[in-house]
Design a protein around this ligand. Structure first.
Ligand SMILES: [Zn+2]
Length: 321
């Protein structure tokens, strides 16, 4: 029941975000979360030397009082590959418990139908209500028995109203259940067809498998580093960003980016119009408390990513450890 509730919740929420240019670049769409704030990460492209690079990006920055302090981002292709590799190991384990999965599915479906449709409860309640109304008619309005039965009728009407509401939802639930069932069954077929060659799965097969496995990928922010020096000691008053990069070990691009965000003041100077300059004191103020995320830590996907599976499959996952 728990899995179904989760499944239902997910299907109400996912895939409402904007359409990506290439879905294949964002295999884990709606399965990937920022560890810091817990929000789902969106797919984004960033341009590097004229090439589009897919990123999963935490975008929880609408409200400045409640914004994610890390706004975690991670290159999509690496996480996609890592997560799929992990799934492949899970498939191999599931092959061995396929019968259990099938039995579990049947059990889930049965208990779901028993709990939500409630059509026999509805019929019974209607009958009881009729009986109570007939009973009420036998007593004088205002009498002790009349009031007692009236109270009972009100309670029953209230329950009836609730049951009718549930019954109205039941058909949606059944459709959802049907979808769930079909996805699990087609996943089991996928396992037998793809046995031993999961890495060749199509994008669609992968997406279906991610849903059935209930994969969630949680991404931690990249590790932070400090500049190699935190104070620049030089007689030169004005330093170009290229010089600053050499002195501090921070890339010129990162420096321009930070300057563009207003983290330190830069200026143009007559000695070279092509360079951007920063004053030594301003630079020292900026680097004194600076932390940044160097590429080797950003790209360290293995340590930044956690992969989890929904309750149906967690037993499988833990048996792998
Ligand atoms: Zn976040």
């Amino acid at each position: 029941m728990y899995e179904l509730a989760q499944y239902k919740l997910k299907h109400n929420q996912i895939d409402k975000s904007r359409v990506h240019l290439k879905p294949e670049d964002f295999l884990l769409k709606s399965h990937v979360f920022c560890k810091t704030c817990g929000y789902r990460m969106s797919g984004r492209y960033r341009m590097y030397d004229g090439v589009q690079v897919g990123y999963y990006q935490c975008c929880k920055d609408n409200n400045k009082y409640d914004a994610c302090p890390d706004l975690t981002g991670i290159k999509a292709d690496k996480v996609n590959a890592l997560a799929w590799e992990d799934c492949c190991r899970v498939f191999e384990a599931i092959e061995q418990i396929r019968d259990t999965v099938r039995a579990r599915l049947e059990q889930d479906v049965r208990s779901f139908l028993e709990h939500t449709t409630g059509s026999h409860q509805l019929a019974q309640l209607r009958q009881e209500l009729m009986g109570a109304q007939q009973e009420q008619a036998k007593h004088a309005p205002g009498s002790y028995y009349y009031n007692l039965v009236t109270q009972d009728i009100q309670t029953k009407q209230e329950s009836l109203r609730k049951y009718e509401e549930q019954a109205a939802h039941a058909s949606t639930n059944e459709q959802l259940l049907d979808l769930y069932q079909r996805q699990v069954l087609s996943f089991l077929d996928f396992l037998s067809v793809m046995k031993g060659k999961y890495r060749e799965a199509t994008f669609k097969e992968k997406r279906n498998a991610l849903t059935v496995l209930g994969v969630t990928v949680t991404v931690s922010p990249a590790g932070q580093a400090r500049p190699v020096i935190t104070q620049v000691e030089t007689d030169k008053e004005w330093l170009s960003l290229v010089e600053v990069a050499e002195l501090t070990g921070i890339s010129p691009n990162a420096l321009s980016y930070r300057a563009g965000k207003g983290e330190f003041a830069t200026t143009k100077r007559d000695e070279s119009r092509r360079c951007t300059y920063v004053h030594r004191d301003e630079l020292n103020r900026f680097i004194a408390n600076l932390t940044f995320k160097p590429r080797h830590l950003r790209d360290d996907v293995e340590t930044r990513v956690e992969i989890n599976y929904s309750p149906i499959f967690t037993g499988v996952q833990s048996s792998l450890m």
